[in-house]
Design a binder for this molecule. Structure first.
Ligand code: SF4
Ligand code: SF4
Length: 387
């Protein structure tokens, strides 16, 4: 008699749809999470195609919708997309660098029903903000912050942290308070995409992180509920990995500009994953039936030590992209975990960061900014390595 087939639990519906409307962006951030070869991604979804994506995702049960990019304001149809999302009953969030958010557009977006705007800064100083994004955008971002307040949105600021701006955390908080922000997200760099290319340039020391955490704690005690400060430390410095995406194919459904559906932001980098496209499959088929969204659901795919670990329901074995980058195997235990036999690789990276100076690092390898020409160079180098 055949052994009974293992029955996988039916996944819950997606909660969060991330619409990456375009990879085009006027900024050139050194830590950008977009794919390094983004210039190879063409043929953006049309307005009508995004309507179908949103309608199908909402019918599946998704309730939160993030419009991101690149810079989503580069899409002229953003107001139309927000109108449709609002009609469908999504809670909508615009994730923006602020470039292109004129008064006419914020008014139109408000009229369209946009619920929330998250504005990114690179630093509290014009010099570093403009250096890290390789643009002159600091003054413009301040004007946009004032517009966001004027149009009665909660002020949500985001600043990605790394070794260059961690010593300014107090000034970044002061800037957020001066702009009357209700929320400040201080997210330490996660090392994917362009940030991975610049990891040696961006990785902080343990001491920098400890000092920044102390500053944040002091401010939290002093300002109370006036501004909620979120401080996300890089998981390299923890002994357990992050519960990436709250579990693969569990709550998050990303759609890239060309319609590729993503179980996580960086899934394109995982080899052997046949990513579905919304032009060829419905969102229902993508979420429940596609091989990509099922690949790391549950725990059948896990290796030891995750497979028999009592904590596997907490962190799902960590991040698949990080496992690939650090262990060379997307199904391995995320090497950030102290139980991983490869944890030493993470410790070496941290040790390396602590034992070099910024000028020396810069001299060894200049920062690679996210530009179209760098994207093409890196994509062609990667293709040659594969060949
Ligand atoms: S991280 Fe910077 S370059 Fe990348 S999409 Fe955001 S604003 Fe643009
Ligand atoms: S061994 Fe795996 S499941 Fe256990 S704590 Fe580490 S990463 Fe999580």
């Amino acid at each position: 008699m055949n052994a009974p087939l293992a029955v996988k639990p039916v996944p819950s519906p997606p909660y969060w749809l991330l619409a990456e409307l375009t990879y085009r962006c006027p900024l050139h951030c050194a830590f950008c999470y977009n794919p390094v070869n983004y210039t190879a991604v063409r043929n953006e979804l049309s307005t009508a195609e995004w309507f179908t994506v949103m309608q199908q995702a909402r019918a599946l049960g998704a309730v939160q919708l993030g419009f991101s990019g690149g810079e989503p304001l580069l899409r002229d149809d953003l107001e139309e997309l927000v109108t449709e999302a609002h009609r469908l009953g999504f809670y909508t969030n615009l994730i923006t660098s602020g470039v292109g958010l004129t008064e006419a557009r914020i008014k139109a977006l408000k009229d369209a029903g946009l619920d929330h705007i998250q504005l990114s800064f690179q630093d509290s100083t014009k010099e570093l903000n403009d250096f890290l994004s390789s643009t002159k955008t600091f003054d413009l971002k301040k004007k946009v912050a004032a517009l966001i307040k004027q149009y009665d949105y909660p002020m949500v600021l985001n600043c990605v942290l790394h070794r260059h701006n961690l010593p300014h955390v107090d000034k970044i908080i002061e800037m957020a308070l001066a702009l009357d922000a209700e929320y400040l997200e201080l997210a330490n760099t996660q090392y994917y995409g362009w940030a991975m290319k610049n990891r040696d340039q961006l990785m902080p020391t343990r001491e920098q992180l400890r000092e920044a955490e102390e500053v944040v704690a002091t401010y939290r005690a002093r300002i109370g509920k006036r501004c909620k400060i979120l401080f996300v430390i890089p998981d390299y410095f923890e002994d357990r990995p992050k519960a990436c995406m709250n579990g693969w194919g569990s709550v998050f459904l990303g759609v890239a500009p060309d319609g590729v559906a993503l179980p996580c932001h960086n899934a394109r980098d995982l080899p052997g994953l046949s990513l579905p496209n919304v032009r060829a499959m419905s969102m229902q088929e993508i979420w429940y039936d596609s091989s990509a969204f099922n690949k790391y659901r549950g725990d059948d795919w896990m290796q030891e030590p995750c497979r028999s670990c009592p904590e596997k329901a907490k962190d799902f074995g960590g991040c698949r992209c990080q496992a690939l980058m650090l262990a060379g195997d997307a199904a391995a235990t995320d090497p950030v975990c102290a139980k991983s036999p490869l944890r030493e690789r993470v410790d070496q990276i941290i040790f390396h960061a602590a034992n070099r100076t910024v000028p020396a690092a810069v001299a060894e390898q200049p920062i690679i900014f996210r530009t179209d020409s760098n994207s093409r160079i890196l994509a062609s180098a990667a293709a040659q390595t594969k060949a």
